[in-house]
Design a protein around this ligand. Structure first.
Ligand code: AMP
Ligand code: MN
Ligand code: MN
Ligand code: MN
Length: 281
């Protein structure tokens, strides 16, 4: 099987339509796919229909923004009922926070002499409330303030940079509870990307586990085989299932791997896909 349980469409900050994400994944040999847009499930129907037409297995996914001890952590939900009212209310609340954060970022950019970021970033989105820093970066590029996205994050939008506003996302316990209430499984996305000390990582993993989280991404993006082995060991220590995803947003993007074609997990991993409602081997 070729599996990808983490990728994005233009419903959040990816470049492709949900159906095109599925087509590209299929062309790359993918047999089991989850679309995991940030804080939004609006692409799932279109993606599932395309997957059915192509004979590709599809599970529901979402990547939810969480604040844990003052840091932003991403939690992927997999194989949940997207109609669940509580989950949808939570996602809506997180997206409302995105609009408030955009206002704050636009105000800081205005102080730097860059006006119009609020409207400019919204005009880059499909769903206005699902506005991400990627859309603000697109505005900055169009206006000629930066040459590319990396420069937008380095000069303005990155964590700790002049316009990188700190934001309070959803609470970890609430997010795990809601994913579970909707029948799904909660996964720590790209655990290697948070710049955590070994102690902080241990605390995160223990708390996540105690709250009902079941898996970590043992593979994400363009991780090295060595890192996969390290995270496979951690998964085993904490008795987590293992997930795997490209975190694809667009061709040639920062950090993202090839859509639909993740490398095999180390043999000792317990794959999360054997525990989905429909079991895959
Ligand atoms: P947000 O959820 O709106 O804070 O935006 C975070 C998104 O921006 C991530 O999901 C990545 O897709 C992207 N991103 C984060 N850091 C960088 C970076 N340094 N360079 C380019 N893209 C980034
Ligand atoms: Mn993203
Ligand atoms: Mn993420
Ligand atoms: Mn992602």
């Amino acid at each position: 099987m070729s599996i990808d349980l983490h990728c994005h469409s233009y419903v959040s900050d990816g470049a492709l339509a949900p159906a095109d994400v599925v087509r590209h994944a299929h062309a790359n040999g993918c047999t089991l796919l989850a679309l995991t847009d940030h804080d939004h499930t609006g692409g799932l129907n279109e993606a599932r229909q395309e997957a059915n037409a192509l004979g590709l297995s599809f599970v529901n996914g979402v990547e939810i923004s969480v604040t844990w001890r003052g840091r932003t952590i991403h939690i992927v939900g997999l194989d949940f009922d997207e109609q669940h009212a509580g989950l949808q209310a939570l996602l809506q609340q997180v997206r409302q926070g995105r609009l408030e954060r955009l206002e704050a970022i636009a105000a800081r950019l205005a102080q730097k002499g860059i006006s119009g970021a609020y409207e400019g970033a919204l005009s880059e989105t499909i769903h206005p409330e699902m506005v991400s820093r990627t859309h603000i970066a697109a505005f900055l590029i169009k206006q000629g303030h930066v040459r590319n996205k990396a420069e937008a994050f380095r000069r303005y939008l990155g964590d700790g940079k002049c316009c990188g506003v700190r934001h309070q996302w959803a609470d970890l316990a609430t997010v795990i509870d809601m994913i579970r209430a909707a029948g799904g499984m909660a996964v720590i996305a790209h655990p290697m990307r948070y710049d955590l000390s070994a102690t902080a990582r241990r605390n995160l993993f223990s708390e996540f586990k105690a709250l009902g989280g079941v898996a970590i991404e043992v593979h994400s993006g363009r991780m090295s085989a060595n890192d996969r082995i390290n995270y496979a060991l951690l998964a085993r220590q904490f008795e987590f299932l293992a997930s795997s995803g490209s975190d694809f947003h667009r061709e040639g993007d920062f950090g993202g791997g090839q859509l639909g074609a993740c490398p095999d997990l180390p043999a000792e991993c317990q794959p999360i896909w054997s525990h989905f409602r429909r079991k895959y081997q």
